[in-house]
Every structure is written in structure tokens, then in C-alpha cells.
Write a protein that binds this ligand. Structure first.
Ligand SMILES: [Zn+2]
Length: 240
């Protein structure tokens, strides 16, 4: 099944590893809101999104929650932790419904050991996540909510199944941006007035992606270049 996968980490498995572990990979349709991993619990499974988007959420002692990362087809959930502490420091919840491939954490550890290409990809992915985290700190400090909203929508669109509709609530967007729901509502109304989006029934329809790209902060382009450079450096390993 890995021959048909969209997931960037699974695509690079060597044929022998793919054949050995393919039967242990299970395709799952993930519905919005499903919790895949709770904070503090041991990873029982590792998840490789195909079309789904998985939000990582950190809870603060006073009860506030903040989305710290989003995982799509270019990443995976649990690929470092399952080989390290094995515990989760965050809650992982499906933000946008879609398919994913999952595997028991124990099987994944064997696959990780058996595949130099997978280890290389996971190392590159770690580098990308660290780069994203640093960039997002700078972005949150400097760029406007409107520009960050446009960037978030464009990035979600790039990872979406149909490239047009995002089944995301404004509450989820507010959590992703770390702002009040009313702030997101005002920014979305402005985007709707400009003809860029249409909102309703828990989903956002993108009518004019160019308008969103124009409104997005420069962090999107910065991260695109960083991802391209990091993956380009790993291309010789990814031959399968
Ligand atoms: Zn930014």
C-alpha cells in the first residue's frame, strides 16, 4: 500500500522494507475532532496522514490550550517519540477529516531500524519542525493576525484533499493562531467581503487562493524554501 501513499515519509521506504511492513500499515478514515494521542500517555500508534490534518495542542496548567503545530501528508505523528521517551507532551487531535495510515508503535520501531531511508527522512522532518517552530515564534511576535490567518489558510489548503474546501471551524483557527475567537471572526469577515473565502457550517470554502497568498505573511515563503532545501539534501537517499 505504500506505493500509493501520499505521505512523504512512507514514500521513501525501500521496496524490501515496504513489502515487510506493508501488511502492518492500516488505512483509517479520520473524522474531525478525533483524539489520536493524549498528553502524558504512551504512544501506542504512529500516524502518517494522507489527507487528514492533525493538530498538536499543548495544555497550560491553568487550563488554556494552544495549538503548536499541524501535521499533514508531509509529516507524521509520533515518529520521534515512539523511538525516544515514548510519551506524548501534547494532545493530538484531527483538525481536518481525511485518510491516514497508522501502525503499532512497536512495529514502527522495527521499521525505523530496518530502513535507513526512513531514518534519514525522519531526521529531515525533525529539522523542518524545529525550523517551523522558530519561524512561528518570530511570526507570532511580528506579523499581524490577518497575515497569519491568510498564511494558515493557504498552508491548510496545500495539504487539503480537494484543494478548495477546509472543514475547519473558526474556533479551531483561533486556537491555531493563539487569538480570541472574535478576532478571527472579524478577520474572516474581511476576507469574505473581499471575495477570498466563503464560510459556513463548520467549513471554509476558498474562492480566491491568489488573494490569500497575497495577504499571507512572508513566513510561508521562508518555510517553503527551508523545506525544499532540507528535502533536497535528502534526495539521494529517496530512490524507491
Ligand atoms: Zn509570519
Amino acid at each position: 500500500m505504500t506505493g500509493e501513499t501520499r505521505n512523504q515519509l512512507l514514500i521513501c521506504l525501500e521496496p524490501t522494507v515496504s513489502a515487510r511492513f506493508g501488511s502492518r500499515l492500516r488505512q483509517v478514515a479520520l473524522e474531525q475532532g478525533r483524539v489520536l494521542q493524549r498528553q502524558g500517555e504512551v504512544f501506542e500508534h504512529v500516524w502518517f496522514p494522507q489527507g487528514a490534518l492533525i493538530a498538536l495542542v499543548s495544555a497550560l496548567p491553568a487550563g488554556e490550550t494552544v495549538q503548536t503545530s499541524i501535521i499533514g501528508w508531509d509529516g507524521a505523528l509520533g515518529v520521534f517519540e515512539a523511538c525516544g521517551s515514548r510519551q506524548s507532551a501534547f494532545l493530538a487531535e484531527v483538525q481536518v477529516a481525511g485518510d491516514a495510515v497508522c501502525m503499532a508503535a512497536e512495529d514502527y520501531r522495527q521499521m525505523f531500524e530496518a530502513s535507513p531511508a526512513l531514518r534519514e527522512q525522519v531526521h529531515r522532518y525533525t529539522e523542518i519542525l524545529l525550523t517551523e517552530a522558530r519561524q512561528h515564534v518570530a511570526c507570532n511576535a511580528v506579523h499581524s493576525v490577518e497575515a497569519r490567518l491568510c498564511r494558515s489558510l493557504v498552508e491548510a489548503l496545500e495539504r487539503s484533499a480537494d484543494g478548495r474546501t477546509l472543514p475547519m471551524t473558526q474556533e479551531a483557527l483561533a486556537n491555531a493562531l493563539g487569538v480570541q475567537r472574535t478576532t478571527v471572526t472579524a478577520a474572516m469577515m474581511a476576507l469574505q467581503s473581499s471575495g477570498a473565502v466563503r464560510t459556513g457550517r463548520g467549513q471554509i470554502e476558498i474562492l480566491n487562493p491568489d488573494r490569500l497568498e497575497q495577504g499571507a505573511c512572508c513566513c510561508r515563503e521562508t518555510l517553503q524554501i527551508a523545506r525544499r532545501d532540507i528535502y533536497r539534501a535528502s534526495e539521494p537517499v529517496c530512490e524507491s
